[in-house]
Structure formats: C-alpha cells, structure tokens
Write a new protein. Structure first.
Length: 436
C-alpha cells in the first residue's frame, strides 16, 4: 500500500472531517497497511456519529485486533524428561479467562470502550461529555445530596411574637450561647420542638430564624423528599437526611408537615408507613449515631394526628403554639409586603387593628388585592395612581381570615381531647377569644 496515497487521503479527511465515506476508506487502508493505531482514531470518529452501525463496529474490531502470529512447527517430544516447567511461563487460570473474554469479544465484534477511551484520551473526544461547570456530578439514590442552607434571617426579622421568641430562647438559643452554664447544668445540645398552629402563621420562617440566630446549618425536609414507591427506600432517605444533619452540626433540621411522616400508627393501614414512623423514632433517639448538635424543629397544623411516641421525652418533647400574628407583627408584615409597591397615605396601625386573627399569608393576600384594585383603575382610566388607604381597607373587608376553620377544629380538641393538658395553651387562647 502506497504511503503517499494514505497521506493524501489523510490530508483530504483533515480538510473534510464530516466526509464519513472518505474517513471509512482511509481507516480500511490504514488497517491493510498495518497502521492500526491511526485506524482506531478514525474508527472512533465514525462511531461517535453512529455508535450502533454494525459495519463501523466491525471496522473498529478489525483495527483493534492484531493479526494472529504464524504457528510454529510442532516440536518433537523430548526422549528424556527435562527440568521442571517454569510456573511463570504457564498462564494462570485468570489469564486464560481474560484471554478467552478478549477472543469472545473479538468474535462478537465487541469493543472494550473504557480501555479505548483511556488509550486515546486527548486524541479522540469521549463518547459521553461531562459538564465541567457543574459543581458536583449527578448523584444516585445511594449518594443523595440534601440542600444545606446558611440562612441570614434572625429572630429580629420576626415581628412581634414575643412569647414565642422567649420559648425558643429558653429551649435552643440560651444553652448554645452559654456553654459554661450548659456544662454546669448538664444540658445537652440536642432536642426537638413541635411547632403547631393554624396554617400561614410563619412556622417555617421561625425555623429559619432559629438557624440564623444560632449561626447553624439549616436543612428542610418535606414528605416528597422521603417517600418513594420502592420498599425500604423511604427509610433509607430518612436515615440519609439525619446523617447529613449530623455531619453539619450544629444544624437545625426542619421537618415540615410532620403529621404526614409521623401519623398515628394505629390509624395507618399501610405497613410501609408504619415502618417509616418506626424509622423516624429511631433517628430521633440517635440509637445508631450521636444527635448532639442536631436541633429538630417540626411543624404541623394537626398535632392531634401525630403518633404519641414522637412526643415522648428525648424526641419532640417540647411544644410551641404559633398563633396568628399579634398587632405589632401584623403592622410589620403589612409594611414588608408594601415596601416595593407604590403606596401613599397608608396607616399601618389602623390596618393592623382591623386585621385581628389574620395569618401572615392572609395579610400578604390583602396587599396583593389592594394592588389589584389600583392596577385595575390604571387600566380602566389610563392614569397610574398609588395604592391608597381605601384600597387596603376594601381588601380587608373582602378577605376573611383563613384561621377560622382551623380554630373550629381546634376547639373540639381543646374541649374533648385535652385530658393530658398538652393543649392548655390552645385552650387559654380560645377562652381569651371567647371561643371556648
């Protein structure tokens, strides 16, 4: 085979890299000339365009397979036994197996892609590209990664709610800030607290504020992060979550909608869900690991649906009722949601007094509705105006507190399900509102 012809074809392929028939012909000539390394590079380029093409696979197999050496003439058997055979010269069973596998792959047209990519790294592009800009590779279920946050929100960002802040200070923040007193009184850096109350009253925001006040990591978990359709996977996900929290201690682990994960086992018809509750109890106890530095905050709208075992000492043994925001908190929430809107003449104190029993979410909806009133007038008249006090007042009149339905249910619990006294704070609030 003329080297000049191969060189001319190589130059032509370099000028026309997408001419696949020309590249294929060049690879065949290189194989015939014994220049197999060059042929492999061209065959790899062809396979990159169509990895399933049988002809290209055979071409690659031919380029990788060296011609068999000529068989030597059979040697005559020695008349006298010679010295013992050198064990190193005799192929081992594993070497025979590897040789057999290579011959089998060659006969079937198979290619050792890993070895090939390693040999021609930098010469031929890889079959599967990896995003070098990605912070981490995609992880499978056996190496799950959870979002670990560092929040800057503190309790100073929470308007009002002084009693709630005092309770959090006593349960979590005080022991952390006073290590000497903590050691003196034997207070461990572990524990759990259950936040309960009507929806939309800032339980999640409080949990973030606790983490920010501590300077601790924050991991939030919902039921969608745990439950899967595969047997045992939900329990493993829950274990991985607690392992991540222990690895980032001090850490606030927030379990949202805990009633979905820890529902009363006596009311569960699914054995898988009962097993999940058992796993949650095990993780809270820290049987297989140390939970020091892991502060578990759980939130629910229905504490009466939670398995009683979750509320025993050492687990979620402290309970905090998160009520609708008080008047100072309502004024702060209204100001927050109006800060980036065009407003004029807004009397926050008057609005806060008129929105008793409104949740934080209700107050955000009031601001949104008032903005719609002003925008509707701008569209109708063609003149843009500011959001006025009248817009806010009309919005308050239109929107009803969403907490009323929750308190109707809570009233029944306070009347008939408070034998242990665990809902005394709820009963006191209902009496204050003359609902009990």
């Amino acid at each position: 085979m003329s080297d000049a012809l191969i060189d001319s074809l190589t130059a032509a392929v370099g000028a026309r890299p997408d001419d696949l028939p020309l590249r294929r012909h060049l690879a065949e000539l290189l194989i015939a000339a014994g220049r197999r390394a060059e042929a492999v590079a061209h065959a790899a380029q062809l396979l990159a365009h169509d990895p399933t093409d049988p002809a290209t696979q055979q071409l690659m197999s031919a380029a990788l397979t060296a011609p068999p050496p000529a068989a030597p003439p059979p040697a005559a058997a020695p008349a006298v036994s010679g010295p013992p055979t050198d064990p190193a010269a005799t192929p081992s069973a594993s070497e025979k197996e590897r040789s057999f596998s290579r011959d089998r792959d060659r006969d079937r047209g198979g290619v050792d892609w890993d070895a090939l990519e390693g040999e021609f790294d930098g010469v031929v592009p890889p079959r599967f590209a990896r995003d070098e800009d990605a912070a981490e590779p995609v992880r499978g279920d056996r190496d799950r990664a959870f979002d670990v946050e560092r929040t800057t929100v503190t309790l100073a960002d929470v308007g009002g709610m002084q009693e709630v802040k005092k309770r959090l200070e006593m349960a979590f923040l005080g022991p952390l800030r006073n290590p000497e007193l903590r050691r003196l009184f034997g207070k461990s850096l572990r524990g759990g607290m259950l936040l309960y109350g009507p929806p939309g009253c800032g339980k999640t925001f409080l949990a973030r504020a606790v983490a920010g006040e501590m300077g601790a990591a924050f991991i939030s978990l919902s039921i969608t992060d745990v439950l899967t359709m595969w047997m045992g996977s939900s329990e493993r996900n829950l274990h991985d979550l607690f392992t991540a929290a222990r690895g980032h201690a001090p850490c606030v682990l927030f379990l949202d909608e805990i009633d979905a994960l820890g529902h009363k086992r006596s009311q569960l018809g699914s054995s898988a869900m009962r097993t999940l509750v058992n796993q949650l109890l095990t993780e809270l106890d820290g049987v297989d690991a140390n939970n020091d530095g892991v502060f578990v905050l759980a939130a629910t709208n229905a504490p009466w649906d939670i398995d009683p075992a979750l509320r025993r000492p050492g687990r979620l043994d402290r309970t905090l009722l998160v009520l609708p925001p008080d008047e100072p908190a309502r004024a702060a929430i209204l100001e927050y949601h109006l800060r980036d809107r065009p407003v004029a003449g807004i009397k926050l104190a008057k609005l806060a007094a008129a929105t008793d029993h409104f949740s934080g979410a209700d107050l955000a909806h009031v601001c949104e509705t008032a903005a719609e009133y002003a925008m509707r007038d701008a569209i109708t008249t063609g003149e843009v105006r500011m959001i006025s006090q009248q817009d806010m007042t009309d919005a308050v009149r239109e929107i009803r507190p969403s907490t009323d339905a929750w308190f109707a249910t809570a009233r029944s619990v306070a009347l008939f399900g408070n034998d242990s006294g665990e809902y005394d704070d709820l009963a006191a609030y209902l009496k204050k509102r003359k609902l009990l």
